[in-house]
Design a protein around this ligand. Structure first.
Ligand code: KG4
Ligand code: ZN
Length: 345
């Protein structure tokens, strides 16, 4: 159809979200976008507790869907399809979101789209920036660290991934170790802004290796050893460790992502247009990282695209939009038998 209206549902981690997106030949529009963050439920534990997450999704999801429809000024019968994240993620949350979507799809006789969360992140820049294929995606969140070559809808090639911790996880673990608040990213960034990023020489793993993977666990160990060696830590020490940690991250990303941009030039070419690097995931909030990536892109003849932050972190707009893209590309809807896939590369 020329115009499609899609309800999206996202419950794969610690955000419960519902949204309505419209797509037509001109592009997409966000009609509503509701996100409930469970941050406070998990803060006391210093990380996401799967069982608590699943229960919290159950409690709020129905209300969020109602609100997303109200905000869009629509009823269920107006929709063309229902979309939900069906993986990868925490199994309890995935079951809640996918079963809810199936129930709505079944009772309203609408098609169901079971969406890969990563595909949602990968396609967001087409909604927000009208980007054309192909492009490179750097996804850096609490659960994922990937370089993805995005060739088309449903056509993705993973060029690199983390062999241990995700980048956001490295920020969170560093924060925890230094006694800073959860989630660690914003706390580490704030401390780093007051610190000396050259005081401690921390490692930049995999530097010089031709494969495009990432590794952060060695860095985490080095942070722990540095903290132990300088104990007891005063505020200046903590700020300096955070700043040095961020320096190591920026250097690692510059080297690793730089290699991916080179590979793009080598294998894909510019196809007459400026190639684009898209950054997504919660770590994209980090100003130092953003600035470094922007500079890197400039040096390599790449455009740098960072969708607005609230669409970089987990949300349901990206899930609804991925379904809209799949529909427009003529890809089939999913069966009501579709099972959640906690692991789904
Ligand atoms: O995409 P996201 O909201 O959720 C998923 O993990 O799916 O990403 C959350 C991650 C957390 O690890 C958090 O510490 C990190 O993003 N983060 C940051 C910053 N803000 C959030 N990392 C570095 N600097 C930040 N300013
Ligand atoms: Zn995510």
């Amino acid at each position: 159809p020329a115009k499609t209206l899609i309800l999206g549902i996202e419950t794969s981690c610690d955000e419960t979200a519902a949204a309505v997106v419209r797509r037509d030949s001109e592009g997409g529009a966000i009609l509503s976008n509701v996100v409930f963050s469970q941050l406070e439920e998990h803060a006391a534990y210093g990380g996401v507790v799967p069982e608590i997450a699943a229960r919290a999704h159950v409690e709020v999801l129905d209300g969020l869907i109602r609100q997303a429809l109200d905000d869009a000024g629509l009823e269920l019968r107006d929709l063309d399809a229902i979309a939900a994240t069906s993986g990868p993620g925490l199994i309890g949350g995935l079951i809640v979101g996918l079963m809810t979507a199936k129930a709505i799809a079944a009772t309203s006789s609408k098609p169901l789209y079971a969406i890969n969360h990563l595909e949602g992140h990968a396609l967001t820049a087409r909604l927000t920036n009208g980007l054309d294929f192909p492009y490179l995606l750097l996804l850096v969140s609490g659960g994922h660290t990937q370089m993805v070559f995005v060739r088309g809808v449903g056509d993705y090639q993973r060029w690199g991934t983390t062999i241990d911790d995700a980048l956001g996880e490295a920020f969170d673990k560093t924060a925890k170790l230094l006694g800073l608040a959860y989630p660690g990213g914003p706390a580490v960034e704030k401390a780093a802004s007051a610190g000396d990023g050259r005081r401690f020489d921390l490692p930049t793993p995999l530097r010089g290796e031709s494969r495009l993977d990432f590794s952060f666990s060695g860095l985490k160990t080095a942070v722990r050893q540095t903290a132990e060696r300088n104990a007891p830590l005063d505020e200046t020490d903590i700020n300096d460790i955070c700043a040095s940690f961020q320096t190591a991250i920026v250097e690692t990303l510059t080297e690793r992502v730089g290699r991916a941009l080179d590979r793009f030039h080598r294998e894909i070419g510019a196809m007459g247009e400026t190639p684009q690097l898209v950054v997504a995931g919660g770590v994209a909030a980090n100003a130092a990282i953003r600035a470094a990536l922007e500079t890197l892109c400039g040096k390599h003849g790449f455009g740098f695209v960072a969708p607005p932050l609230h669409l970089c972190t987990d949300n349901a707009v990206m899930i609804a939009w991925a379904a809209a893209e799949r529909m427009a590309a003529g890809l089939e809807a999913d069966s009501l038998e579709t099972a959640p896939r906690p692991r789904w590369p």
